[in-house]
Design a protein around this ligand. Structure first.
Ligand SMILES: *Cc1c(COP(=O)(O)O)cnc(C)c1O
Length: 336
């Protein structure tokens, strides 16, 4: 089965399963798990940061960052399309009494500096207190340029705000830009990494920041029920996710380009764009249910929709891309 729904579907590697079976573990709530500690150190070191925190999910890592940066009645500025605004159940508002100030994302995924500046609230009792700017890279597969991140960092510094990155797929940005993690991380006060997307770990994310921020986040994590015991079992896979997987992500980007080129040749498909490991396409005048069944018969899974997102990852090789393209071509032949 070739599964194009997301890079979250990636299976752990054989090396990960082996490492999980043999990882030394302890009670991480007591700070006793050497594998979790090693993973956190590894992430901090790769980023040029002081500390990191292993979390159960990317949603939890983002929430902990918001709770650690902002207090009750504070506000964070983010994109309308930001995962930590749109897809995290309003957690910052529900659990932290933190107000989001979403702003339009441009077509390239950036938020205009002028828009950010205009949205920063002056010190006035009518307003929530703006504390934080939150960016996302990659966003919808698109890479925010290094110069842009530097400009937002400068603005945040001038305004006395902190800057957070939702870096669920930050290694895809690294691969595309051809830079090490630290080159992106240096622009932020904190950022997240998802180990369980293209990096193929079964579970887990990381929040990276300075000692003080991570200490606050650790407290919140416990309160939210995210304190885990012998978590080294899953952290062991995370170590390999960080050490072995980033270098192969560029392959997924090449496969995405290959898929985009092939989709462009089909009649019923209108290619929207392809960026890093994602391809977005519109299927016009197509019976979507019939298409889904046709693809399933060919052992291909997609998130069926008129506007479809197709995601490349380590469990889809070049043959998988070609199989999807030929299956779509056969479907066109059938209905025409
Ligand atoms: C997947 C994702 C998250 C959240 O990760 P979960 O582990 O699914 O909670 C956060 N931000 C972005 C951009 C994501 O793609």
């Amino acid at each position: 089965m070739y599964d194009f729904r997301s890079d979250t579907v990636t299976q752990p590697t054989a090396a990960m399963r082996q490492a999980m079976a043999t990882a030394p573990v302890g009670d991480d709530v007591y700070g006793d798990d050497p594998t979790v500690a090693a993973l956190e150190q590894q992430a901090a070191q790769m980023s040029g940061f002081e500390a990191a925190l292993f979390t159960s999910s990317g949603t939890q890592a983002n929430l902990l960052a918001l709770l650690a940066h902002c207090g009750r009645g504070d506000e964070y500025i983010c994109g309308q399309q930001a995962h930590n605004y749109k897809y995290e159940g309003g957690g910052a508002a529900v659990l932290g009494s933190i107000q989001p100030q979403p702003l339009a994302n441009n077509d390239d995924g950036t938020i205009s500096l002028a828009d950010i500046e205009a949205a920063i609230k002056p010190d006035d009792i009518h307003f929530a207190q703006t504390r934080l700017i939150s960016l996302e890279n990659t966003i919808g597969g698109k890479v925010l340029p290094l110069e842009y991140m530097a400009q937002v960092q400068q603005l945040a510094f001038e305004k006395g705000l902190k800057l957070h990155l939702d870096g669920a797929r930050v290694f895809n940005a690294c691969a595309e830009l051809g830079v090490p993690l630290a080159d992106i991380a240096q622009h932020f006060d904190s950022f997240t990494i998802c180990l369980s997307k293209g990096l193929a770990a079964p579970v887990g994310s990381l929040l990276v920041g300075d000692e003080l921020l991570i200490a606050k986040a650790r407290r919140w994590r416990k309160m939210l029920g995210g304190g885990m015991r012998q978590a080294g079992i899953i952290a062991a896979a995370g170590q390999l996710a960080l050490s072995e997987q980033p270098s192969r992500l560029i392959e997924d980007h090449h496969h995405a380009q290959l898929l985009a080129q092939g989709l462009n040749k089909l009649n019923q498909v209108e290619l929207q764009y392809s960026a890093t490991n994602m391809v977005f396409a519109t299927f016009n005048h197509v019976d979507l249910q019939a298409l889904e069944q046709h693809l399933l018969n060919d052992e291909i899974k997609v998130s069926i929709a008129k506007q479809m997102r197709l995601v490349l990852h380590k469990d889809i090789d070049k043959a998988g891309v070609e199989k999807l393209l030929s299956s779509l071509a056969a479907f066109e032949g059938k209905v025409n």
